[in-house]
Ligand binder design. Structure first.
Ligand code: ADP
Ligand code: ZN
Ligand code: ZN
Length: 687
């Protein structure tokens, strides 16, 4: 039970703006004693905001008269002490205020409802009709490696101080079945289970599998719920409440679900733990994967991190023994991983003009597969028709007037669209600079690939899946169903289609233009590319009963590159070892710890001046502050973005440095009026 703060003064976590410098909970007067974790509404300035009564002692002798708590949500059970600890930790670690983080991770509708309205919602929850009775599920016999993994998870559950488990399983090795068995054990022990997935579009598939397995065991309404940002505000609140009340036993969700209130949680699963989507990219830039590990550690419960290509951070933890590694090296049913063919672009006869992504040998291969009635997947990580439109007369290019980026040509709706600021115009019929009518697209995106495939393979049923083709609700589900039902011969798409989907019919996967990431200035680019390609290849040959071997085709100008050589052998272990060696000698994560200070202003000079001044405000010989540099896309929507890297060999040292440094920046910002925003990103993923 949460302890009661005495009537009189209560500390309340509330979302005060950054410039106010109010980072901790604020004191309010209260006539009644309020348990910590209680939701309240409190005045702040002229507004009234949602707040949470925070654990810890309020200031003893208020020097000023305190404003009173405006309303108490007394129908709602207070948030648990463990939930407050999680938010306290995350706020400290990612350098945000507790109130900001708490209010950002609670369901948005809580901010709008009065205590009476919330009480009504809670009553409605009680009246949910029971679900139809479900038949007992059919559980497959575990493969030996799966059985061993399940046994180790059980051993960790029993240990009282479990180590995080890294489930390293090749694509199609049946990781989900391991999650299901581990979940079953936790549910049977009366505990709640939290399962995180990287993408919203993977939740329906996962929800279906978990529901199929547990519907009979968990017949109560709302016993299995999902939490992600595509839910309506009312659904999200309902599911959150179900979790908070302990009615939901199984909670599936995206990164925000790591903050679900779960009074009995006994197991956390993080599927595809390497996925960059676990890192929030604005506001409090938290890593849900890392917080899941912290939460599990705090509660002494097991956390299972699953991946075919673990993040190098997690891999290093397994190497050093901090995590226990569980390996699933074989595909279920003995299916082979696809043969990887590195197609050497240099071997093509030299052609004039623009090179083609759809090489003749690739087309021939697709055609052969088509004739055999097999499904293929062609992967290109760039949406739209062409990345830029170009005038051959005056060299005009379709740049964005507001960003340092090209506007992408979208042929279907004849627009030029900036993928950074959204600025959209109809495609001009002539060059806006010189009037030449002959303006042409350069390069290709998925839309063009789709068009070329349709032309080159008449009669083939080609389907494109990317962010453009799935804008409307239900579209993605319908498209995936068509793929599963075999109504599609060739699937074209971005990384959206490479993740997680259990496509049973695909035998051939082609990556037509993956080289770009090899030479990126971001030290994590190779890690991401390797994971992406392994993942894409993993979509092929998942049905071991098919006769022809599955194949992955990689078109490259750099066949001999170590990354591709490791890929061809499906050798993640070797790839990880090489990368970790490089990281160690360059003193990069996980062998050092980073933070980025970002600043935005109308001019690059103003942003830079702020960062340069900031760098002088704190010194520690254990912390290295690099000179400011422009962001990879320096200008977006007429705002210039600069960033400054902060590096330390010890995490605690970096944390202490940031804790002292950041409050001084609030004052500094007042002197630098031209700076629009500044923010810190701890453990940044993209440099
Ligand atoms: P991964 O997540 O490791 O890529 P999945 O969990 O999607 O792999 O499993 C691949 C396929 O194998 C799924 O269709 C799943 O239903 C099936 N499967 C998993 N475990 C078993 C098992 N023990 N016996 C039979 N089929 C299994
Ligand atoms: Zn022109
Ligand atoms: Zn733009």
């Amino acid at each position: 039970m949460a302890e009661d703060a005495g009537a009189g003064v209560v500390r309340v976590a509330v979302d005060a703006p950054q410039h106010s410098g109010l980072t901790g909970p604020l004191d309010y007067a209260s006539e009644q004693a309020l348990a910590s974790g209680s939701l309240v509404r409190v005045p702040l300035g002229k507004r009234e905001l949602l707040g949470i009564v925070w654990p810890g002692d309020a200031g003893a002798q208020p020097r000023v008269e305190l404003r009173p708590v405006a309303a108490v949500f007394d129908a709602l059970e207070p948030l648990g002490a463990d939930w407050c600890r999680l938010v306290d930790f995350a706020a400290g670690y990612y350098q945000r205020s507790v109130g900001e983080l708490a209010s950002a991770v609670l369901p948005p509708q809580l901010r709008e409802l009065s205590p009476e309205q919330l009480a009504a919602r809670l009553r409605k929850l009680e009246k949910k009709p029971a679900r139809a009775a479900a038949a007992a599920p059919v559980k497959p016999e575990l493969a030996p490696e799966q059985a061993a993994a399940v046994e180790r998870i059980a051993a960790q559950i029993a240990s009282g101080a479990p180590k995080p488990l890294l489930l390293f399983g090749v694509t199609g090795s049946g990781k989900t079945e391991v999650y299901l068995r581990a979940a079953e054990a936790a549910l049977a022990a009366g505990r709640q289970v939290l399962v995180l997935v990287p993408e919203i579009n993977l939740t329906p598939q996962l929800e279906a599998r978990f529901t199929e397995r547990f519907a009979a065991l968990l017949p109560e309404p709302l016993a299995i719920v999902s939490l992600h940002s595509a839910l309506t505000p009312a659904q999200r609140l309902q599911n959150w409440l179900a979790a908070h009340l302990g009615r939901a036993r199984l909670v599936l969700g995206t990164r925000l679900a790591v903050f679900a209130s779960l009074p009995d949680v006994g197991l956390i699963v993080v599927d595809e733990e390497h996925d960059p989507s676990y890192k929030q990219q604005d506001g409090a830039r938290y890593s849900a994967r890392d917080l899941a590990v912290w939460r599990a550690y705090d509660l002494r419960i097991p956390v299972v991190l699953g991946s075919a290509t673990p993040s190098l951070e997690s891999w290093q933890h397994a190497e050093s023994g901090r995590y226990e590694r569980l390996t699933l090296a074989a595909r279920i049913g003995g299916g082979a991983l696809p043969r990887v063919r590195l197609f050497d672009m240099k071997a093509l006869p030299p052609t004039t003009g623009v090179t083609t992504a759809l090489t003749a040998p690739l087309l021939a291969e697709l055609k052969a597969r088509l004739e055999r009635g097999e499904q293929s997947l062609v992967f290109l990580n760039r949406r739209g028709y062409a990345p830029v439109l170009h005038c051959g007369e005056c060299q005009w290019k379709s740049d964005c007037p507001h960003c340092s980026a090209w506007r992408v040509f979208h042929k279907r709706d004849r627009t030029l669209r900036c993928h950074h600021c959204g600025f959209t115009e109809r495609v001009p019929s002539a060059c806006p600079n010189c009037g030449n009518h002959d303006i042409a697209p350069i390069g290709r995106g998925t839309e063009k690939l789709e068009e070329q495939l349709t032309e080159a393979l008449p009669g083939a049923r080609v389907l494109r899946i990317d962010a453009d083709s799935t804008r409307r609700k239900g579209e993605l589900e319908a498209q995936l169903k068509a793929v599963h039902d075999g109504d599609v011969d060739i699937l074209v798409g971005t990384q959206m289609i490479t993740k997680g989907h259990d496509f049973r019919r695909i035998r051939f996967v082609a990556a037509v233009n993956p080289d770009g990431a090899l030479f990126s200035s971001d030290f994590r680019a190779p890690e991401r590319l390797f994971a992406l390609l392994m993942q894409a290849g993993g979509r092929a040959g998942r049905d071991a009963t098919a006769e022809t071997p599955a194949e992955m085709w990689v078109q490259t100008w750099h066949r001999d590159h170590a990354l591709y050589q490791a890929l061809a052998r499906h050798d993640y272990v070797r790839f990880a070892r090489d990368q970790l060696d490089e990281r160690r000698s360059a003193s990069l994560p996980p062998f050092s710890h980073l933070a980025l200070l970002r600043a935005e202003a109308r001019t690059a000079e103003a942003a830079k001046a702020f960062l340069v001044a900031a760098a002088t405000l704190a010194q520690d010989e254990g912390v290295l502050v690099y000179p400011p540099v422009p962001h990879a896309v320096a200008r977006v929507a007429d705002v210039e973005r600069m960033q400054m890297l902060v590096e330390a060999t010890q995490r605690a040292r970096l944390q202490a440095y940031l804790r002292d440094w950041l409050p001084t920046l609030i004052a500094l910002k007042r002197e630098h009026k031209a700076v629009l925003r500044w923010a810190v990103d701890v453990d940044p993923l993209a440099i």
